[in-house]
Design a protein around this ligand. Structure first.
Ligand code: ACO
Length: 705
């Protein structure tokens, strides 16, 4: 990252407005007006060939005529002038361009956009946009945009791919009382993208929390890496469904890799917290910008009303932070500040009689107690209490506890007085919401952040007993034969080079050879058609299982060839595979896709109806360490089956996790060659007995990357 250049672009000390105007109603007018109204302290240089002065500033025909240095140039001239203007900016030594103008790749003029970026890079400039609203920064008193005003001051930064949404969110920071220091419109991302913004905001001292509205990432891996490297919370609202359409998929795994599943995985792996919608983005941003992460699973709820307590309990389960009963000693202490009919379990119900003192005592004690990792305080407005009094009691309790490394969220349900009290709480650093479920969701975000950060570790330990060269040689040979799909035997050979346990499988090209191999492997065996043109062997009548005698081998050999010909007359038949018949066990599926945004990504699920009907699968961007792979086994809904549900013996999850991890290393190393893969089924035996890949499929990229 070129810090000096990006600082110039995003925290400019001097700004030229190219296309600055004296005509009210034009964007070139509004940008200059906004710089004045936001009391920008740096130099402002309007550029307009026809004006001597713009809104009180001396105007220049070109940036080349400006006497001083220019950090950022805001471009509000039509797109057709952009290349020439960029050239002039380059000659002038401008650091970055903020291109508000539309009319680029969003309307098919990618060429123009590329030309601008190429020209800018020639001079070492960076480009924000085009097709953006601009940038806004409270700490720099800088509204270099056509959004109406600076947002409510706060500690978060918002980066938005949608300009209209950024403008709308700017205004609603005031109604929602969520403060931002910066708003950055990122538009077409011709140059500066989310990965750059995360990296830059990660070191920006005026940003405590990074909020993102994402339609699509350009460089998924770099985004993940930069997100992992930042010590600030990142929260993302991702709209739209992954372009990796199921329709185009050739493998089973490919057909399951839709609907943003890989985005979900990538965000979790990179420690990024998700937002489900716009409200949620604001609510979670408020919590993450004001409070530390929740570093444990124990969330305590304190309330004066049973109803909101139950709502919070339900929400806790829904958002992945289920409540546990507080330990005896905590309950005993809390009981001292409630009537006989209160409850000290969790939620802690102080009852409707609770006033400031009870709240204050309970909050101060609970917040300081080691068992409590996060505290949610609920209050229903009553005629006997003043919301502001309760709010002040809560704030004082937090302050007096001396605890600064665990989070608190609050919800007041009531009228105007409650609203005022919640504003006061937010102003004093305590996130407060008008619904108990929202306060719990905000706490869940703080837990998610801590948990994701703990798990986030993109580079899993590498297995050294792999033979990448041998794998590549098998692939090269298949390509020589003009194949994009490896046969099962070739696929298994590749799998073996990565130490994956595969069922022994040999190719027979005659009936006699089939019998000889069957006898060598040992009955019973499985027979399968081998053809690069037949992917779905069972559909083609090309599979026979539990073959027990040489007579059956003869008979089925002929039958399989006949069926294959009937299925696809011009199919190239390589022979019939003779395969060891592994004893049946729990069936799972492992697979991979090469995602357009994140690259090689591995999938895991249970076989049969779990994958076919319930689509109960989980993805991770590869590679994954054995520990991360183990977490994948627990992530699926049917994960309990592997752990040994309903009296069944636990399955060998350690072995399976190693298989998944090796698999993820294979698809990563060979990511330039491999498009999709399936290992389906993989059979998993009881603990200590391992797992075995029964069927394998590798689909190569059409052209090597
Ligand atoms: N250097 C300096 N000034 C110039 C140059 C030049 N090379 N060429 C023209 N100018 C001046 C013009 O003379 C004019 O000044 P004037 O107002 O004194 O006459 C001014 O620059 C603007 O030029 P116009 O040709 O009048 O362009 P206009 O203001 O109509 O539009 C704009 C320019 C705003 C960039 C337009 O082309 C555009 O792209 N609009 C869309 C912007 C947008 O929506 N961005 C996306 C935001 S995201 C969202 O959806 C909200």
């Amino acid at each position: 990252m070129d810090l000096e250049v990006l600082n110039g672009l995003l925290r400019p000390k001097s700004i030229a407005v190219i296309g600055a105007s004296n005509k009210k109603g034009k964007i070139g007018y509004t940008v200059v007006e906004n710089l004045i109204e936001s009391q920008y302290q740096g130099a402002v240089y309007p550029i307009n060939p026809r004006e001597a002065e713009v809104q009180g500033f001396k105007s220049y025909p070109s940036v080349l005529d400006v006497p001083g240095d220019i950090d950022a140039a805001v471009m509000v001239v039509p797109a057709k002038f952009s290349v020439q203007v960029t050239e002039e900016c380059g000659q002038k030594g401008v650091k970055g361009l903020i291109i508000i103008a539309s009319g680029f790749s969003e309307v098919g003029r990618k060429d123009l956009e590329e030309q601008v970026v190429k020209t800018a890079h020639r001079y070492g400039m960076r480009v924000l946009g085009p097709n953006i609203v601009g940038i806004l920064s409270n700490s720099d008193d800088c509204n270099a945009s056509f959004a109406p005003f600076l947002p409510l001051p706060g500690k978060a930064a918002l980066v938005s791919q949608s300009g209209a949404l950024l403008i709308a969110m700017d205004a609603s920071t005031y109604t929602r009382r969520v403060g931002f220091d910066k708003l950055v419109s990122i538009g077409n991302m011709s140059d500066v993208n989310f990965a750059d913004m995360v990296e830059w905001l990660g070191q920006d001292e005026t940003t405590a929390c990074i909020s993102l509205y994402i339609e699509g990432l350009k460089d998924g891996r770099r985004f993940m890496k930069n997100a992992l490297n930042t010590s600030k919370p990142i929260i993302a609202l991702k709209s739209g469904v992954s372009a990796h359409g199921a329709a185009a998929a050739a493998s089973h795994t490919g057909s399951l890799a839709g609907a943003g599943q890989i985005y979900d995985a990538a965000f979790e792996q990179a420690g990024v917290v998700r937002a489900s919608d716009l409200n949620n983005l604001f609510d979670r941003t408020l919590a993450l910008s004001l409070q530390p992460p929740m570093r444990g699973d124990n969330m305590l709820v304190i309330t004066n009303g049973g109803g909101v307590g139950v709502l919070a309990t339900d929400a806790a389960e829904r958002f992945g932070v289920p409540l546990r009963f507080a330990p005896e000693e905590v309950q005993t202490e809390l009981k001292k500040h409630m009537p006989e009919f209160g409850s000290a379990k969790n939620p802690v119900d102080l009852t409707g009689m609770a006033g400031r003192d009870w709240y204050q005592h309970s909050v101060q004690y609970a917040f300081a107690h080691n068992w409590v990792n996060g505290l949610v305080v609920l209050y229903c407005e009553t005629a006997m209490t003043d919301p502001m009094d309760i709010a002040q009691g809560i704030e004082e309790a937090v302050r007096l506890s001396g605890i600064t490394d665990k989070p608190i969220t609050v919800s007041f349900v009531g009228g105007e007085k409650s609203d005022t009290a919640m504003r006061w709480l937010v102003e004093h650093g305590i996130p407060a919401y008008d619904g108990p479920d929202i306060a719990v969701n905000a706490m869940a975000a703080l837990r998610e952040y801590a948990r994701n950060k703990e798990l986030a570790n993109m580079e899993g330990p590498r297995f050294s007993d792999v033979d990448e060269e041998a794998a590549r040689a098998i692939i090269a040979k298949a390509r020589e034969n003009g194949c994009c799909n490896l046969t099962e035997i070739e696929s298994k050979k590749v799998f073996k080079t990565y130490g994956l346990p595969v069922a022994r499988t040999e190719m027979a090209t005659s009936e006699d050879e089939a019998v000889r191999l069957a006898e060598e492997i040992g009955y019973p065996i499985v027979m399968k058609i081998m053809s690069p043109d037949i992917l779905h062997k069972s559909d083609a009548g090309g599979v026979k299982v539990n073959v027990k005698t040489s007579a059956e081998v003869h008979e089925f050999y002929r039958e399989i060839l006949k069926n294959a010909q009937a299925y696809k007359a011009d199919a190239r038949i390589q022979g019939v595979a003779i395969q060891e018949m592994a004893p049946w066990a729990t069936e799972v599926i492992i697979g991979s896709v090469n995602d357009p945004t994140f690259g090689p990504s591995v999938m895991f699920g249970l076989g049969g109806i779990f994958v076919e009907i319930l689509k109960d699968v989980t993805f991770r961007v590869a590679p994954v360490s054995p520990d991360q792979a183990f977490k994948m086994l627990e992530d699926i809904k049917a994960g309990a089956i592997l752990a040994g549900a309903r009296g069944e013996a636990p399955k060998d999850r350690q072995a399976l996790a190693e298989v998944l991890s090796r698999y993820s290393q294979m698809i990563t190393d060979l990511g330039d060659e491999i498009a999709e893969t399936d290992a389906n089924p993989v059979l998993v035996y009881e603990e200590g007995e391992g797992a075995i890949v029964v069927d394998a499929r590798i689909i190569l990229k059409e052209h090597r990357a």
